[in-house]
Design a protein around this ligand. Structure first.
Ligand SMILES: Nc1ncnc2c1ncn2[C@@H]1O[C@H](COP(=O)(O)OP(=O)(O)OP(=O)(O)O)[C@@H](O)[C@H]1O
Ligand SMILES: [Zn+2]
Length: 838
């Protein structure tokens, strides 16, 4: 080891360096390791390292801090290996992780787990395989002794775990050898549980070098092939696509073999050409993301949109965050596009968050047309490989703009200029399980603060949290109250279910008004959306004689009847069983289905409108990777007249031909026992209604209800969000609900009813002693008292959101939980902390 001037350093006198490493273990702190001398010049925050944890475990972690303080309680072990030549995570991200762990009361290792795509969290269970291209065509790189041993083993065994590699070579960790093999493109690494890495491979062909460098050779070839017109044709086709006589270099890339075989040439002749060495075949790994040309946008804003855009920019002079409250169909996306373009032109990065389901098709297509391959897409239905590719694309600067779901907040941005959160009211932005139980909107605002960047929240029905902040002048507020172009907001109609029933006008649970409007649309070749927030056929089956209801064996809920597959299913734990033919309680055969899910509605509509083409969109019909996309494309192409669906059909869809929206059972949305049920009902009904009449023709929305006079319907019909907000806030003020207070929910779970309850009670007592002003409600049995055989009790803590109460409370909460974890009686109880539950 030498110093800057080439003088030898005396190892004994120089000060050792330590690294605090974030590890994927449920322990709330980082672990200190000694940095070996040879790593000192390279290592820094955000590097991935391999360490020994305990006596046997080898883990991958991320360096969170570098310092010179040796740990007091233990001797620091040395880091085993450094995995990368550059940091995978930047210091801002580490800060961000710490903030999330503190705010949401979880461990930093849990945040890391959520943040990193699993392909980056190598562990001793990670595996490697031979790279197919290496297997085919070898490599020019030299191979050393130990690498050869691993390659030989892979040849015979197909795959090896990292641990096995270490054993074969008699090393504690073989990561550096694996790393070298990966760099030489000889092996591929993947996670055991995930799919094997299957690079997208294209078979290509090119002319043998001889015919490219020597024109006379090509001429001679044509002469020779005169009697073989099919082979001649293939060469001509090739030259048409790859004119090598103009530029020799292009031959190297060759041509996708598929393009030739699909153009009707003789496959046999091609095979002969390859066999005779005239063409050569080779493979190429191609990116999973298509290379789309950037189409410089010609989008021009309407005068009102232009005005709103200016107001947003004006507000940014003072505020970090602006709420764009723009009605459905007002063209919020157009504003986003303009802003994204401006920020990208200034050289900064942009993140656009979308709720899970809205991401797949329409929005991405629209944005792709504008931003082409500068835009990365980060989706949870993507494979891990694709996610790693986006991660690296952000580090390398390939993606300056990313559109993604919740977890995209964890991407390695280093200079964000703007974060847009579309449909910011969506509850799917909140992660429920596992920890960190974070809200993507709120964490994104923190992330923006760390980058000193701007935030735009967009919604037609803002969350009360955001609207409150806007009214408090914490955020800027910009309104867009006109639909784009000639489009008008739809007409609303209440359809009284009970009145129709009395007059015998109700057919298959469908009111006369809804039937008439659907028929009208069908006659005009227009499309219809029917909304019911319940999948399956019927929520439960019931014995008419003794009123027995079939419940889940493991949860406190009734089993839903699914006609498809003829089974009863639990929507909480996935439990399934056959449909009983008689009542197990009284033996009667009078079993009936009660209520209606999307399956049944689809069936009813098929009977009412036999000529219509009907499709259904819910969790059951969209499980595959492209299920949702395919359904929407079908609908968009006009192959479906009526689309029945759950809240999936409400999110941001923009179909010009939809003129009728029906809400089958609106009351269901109102009577959910939660203080937010009013807010949610307003949001859901307004959103789904907003899918109607988005072009020239004005749409109709039919709301079926047993209580059409309920005041909330009046608010929705009038479209007066502000007035509705003020009314509801009156109640929230009176009963101390968010956004006026901060909520923390703590759940205790245990397989014994009594233990779960006692643990919650005990916890409550300990929490009462925390010296901040608070209200603690409960313990109360969960809304569903048992899930997956675990009994559930809940405590709700309300804190003054201003001032120091929340951080002090959380600080004490940590200690209290540590104390409880040590108590024998509650050892096996799980406590789940949910900050800002939604
Ligand atoms: N400036 C514009 N030029 C051309 N078309 C526009 C423009 N603004 C909006 N549109 C069109 O108007 C329709 C509605 O716009 P958009 O989908 O962005 O509305 P939105 O505000 O996101 O509505 P929602 O909240 O219902 O999702 C789209 O078809 C869009 O292409
Ligand atoms: Zn269950």
């Amino acid at each position: 080891m030498e110093d800057l001037f080439g003088n030898p350093i005396d190892d004994k006198t120089s000060i050792p360096i330590f690294a605090d490493v974030i590890l994927p273990v449920p322990i709330p702190w980082m672990f200190t390791y000694m940095v070996p001398r040879e790593m000192e010049p390279i290592i820094g925050i955000g590097f991935r390292v391999i360490v020994q944890f305990g006596t046997r475990k080898i883990l991958t972690g991320i360096v969170g801090k570098i310092h010179q303080k040796p740990p007091k309680e233990y001797d620091a072990k040395p880091l085993l290996e450094l995995l990368d030549n550059q940091p995978m995570v930047n210091p801002l991200q580490i800060k961000f992780w710490h903030w999330i762990a503190d705010y949401y009361c979880c461990h930093i290792g849990e945040v890391m787990n959520a943040a990193l795509p699993s392909g980056m969290k190598l562990n001793s269970e990670s595996r490697l395989q031979l790279n197919p291209t290496f297997q085919d065509s070898g490599s020019d790189y030299p191979i050393d002794e130990r690498e050869k041993i691993i390659l030989d083993h892979l040849e015979t065994e197909g795959e090896l775990t990292f641990e096995a590699c270490g054993k074969i070579l008699e090393l504690k960790s073989a990561h550096h050898i694996i790393k070298s093999l990966v760099a030489k493109e000889m092996v591929l690494v993947y996670e055991q549980l995930k799919e094997k890495f299957t690079p997208k491979i294209e078979n290509r062909i090119r002319l043998s070098a001889l015919f490219v460098s020597d024109k006379s050779a090509l001429e001679a070839l044509f002469a020779k092939l005169e009697s073989k017109p099919k082979q001649e044709e293939i060469i001509l086709k090739y030259l048409q696509q790859v004119p090598v006589y103009k530029d020799e270099k292009i031959n190297h890339e060759g041509l996708d073999k598929k393009l030739l075989t699909e153009s009707g040439i003789s496959v046999n002749s091609l095979r002969t050409l390859i066999k005779n060495g005239i063409f050569e075949e080779f493979t190429k790994i191609i990116s999973r993301f298509e290379n789309l040309p950037t189409n410089p946008d010609t989008l021009s804003l309407s005068p009102v949109q232009e005005e709103a855009l200016n107001q947003i920019k004006e507000a940014y002079k003072e505020k970090q965050t602006v709420l764009l409250h723009g009605i459905t169909g007002s063209g919020k996306t157009s504003l986003y596009i303009k802003l994204v373009q401006e920020v990208m032109d200034s050289g900064s990065q942009v993140l656009l968050l979308l709720p899970e389901i809205a991401l797949t098709t329409q929005m991405v297509n629209r944005l792709t047309k504008v931003f082409g391959n500068k835009m990365g897409v980060f989706h949870s239905k993507y494979s891990d490989n694709e996610r790693v590719e986006v991660w690296q694309g952000v580090i390398q600067g390939r993606f300056q703009f990313v559109v993604g779901v919740r977890s995209a907040v964890f991407l390695p941005f280093d200079s964000l200029g703007l974060i847009i959160i579309d449909e910011e009211h969506e509850t799917s932005y909140k992660q429920h399980d596992p920890a960190p139980r974070y809200h993507a909107r709120d964490t994104a605002i923190m992330l923006a603060y760390l980058h000193q960047s701007k935030v735009l929240l967009g919604s037609a029905t803002p969350s009360f949290e955001s609207y409150y902040n806007a009214r408090q002048k914490k955020y800027g507020l910009v309104e867009l109250n006109l639909r784009y172009g000639e489009a008008q907001l739809p007409h609303f109609h209440m359809a009284d279910i009970l009145a129709d029933k009395k007059k015998n006008l109700l057919k298959l649970d469908t009111t006369r008004l809804l039937r008439e409007k659907i028929q009208e649309a069908l006659n005009n070749q227009e499309q219809v959306l029917i909304f019911q927030n319940r999948r399956g056929y019927a929520p439960y089956i019931n014995c008419e004689d003794c009123s027995w209801v079939l419940e889940c064996d493991h949860c406190d809920v009734s089993l839903t009847y699914h006609q498809f597959g003829e089974e009863m299913r639990c929507h909480y734990c996935g439990f399934k069983q056959k449909v009983p033919t008689s009542c197990p309680a009284c033996g009667s055969n009078n079993l009936v289905t009660v209520g209606q899910g999307t399956e049944k509605i689809e069936e009813n509509l098929a009977m009412l409108f036999p000529e219509a083409r009907i499709a259904r969109m819910d969790l059951d019909t969209t499980r595959s990777k492209y299920g949702y996309q395919n359904l929407l494309e079908n609908f968009s192409a006009g192959n479906v007249d009526i689309l029945v669906g759950t809240q999936m059909i409400t999110k941001g869809l923009d179909f010009g031909n939809v003129t009728v929206v029906g809400i089958v059972d609106a009351d269901r949305l109102l009577y959910f026992p939660d203080f937010r049920s009013g807010e949610r009902a307003f949001q859901q009904i307004t959103q789904v209604a907003g899918r109607a009449g988005r072009r020239q023709k004005t749409g109709n929305v039919i709301i079926q209800s047993r209580k059409p006079d309920h005041p909330i319907y009046q608010s929705i019909l009038s479209g007066d969000y502000r007035n509705f907000y003020l009314q509801e806030m009156g109640e929230r003020q009176q009963f101390f609900y968010p956004p006026l207070v901060k909520n923390i929910k703590i759940t205790s779970k245990h397989k014994e009813f009594k233990t779960a309850e006692t643990a919650a009670l005990h916890l409550k007592n300990l929490l009462q002693a925390i010296p901040v002003k608070k209200i603690i409600l409960g313990p109360e049995k969960g809304l569903i008292g048992k899930i997956k055989n675990q009994y559930i009790f809940e405590l709700l803590i309300k804190l003054d959101k201003n001032g120091q109460a929340p951080p002090i409370f959380k600080e004490h909460l940590k200690l209290v939980l540590e104390e409880l974890a040590a108590a024998k009686a509650f050892k096996s109880v799980r406590f789940i902390i949910d900050v800002d539950p939604v």
